[in-house]
Write a new protein. Structure first.
Length: 30
């Protein structure tokens, strides 16, 4: 349980940053 929570806590911020990066990248392309 703890390992899964720690893994999720480490992945969630990464996904948020990735999504923001894709949005900014799309804006630059357009």
């Amino acid at each position: 349980m703890r390992s899964r929570r720690a893994h999720a806590a480490g992945v969630l911020p990464f996904l948020i940053l990735l999504s923001c990066y894709l949005v900014i990248l799309s804006k630059i392309i357009r």
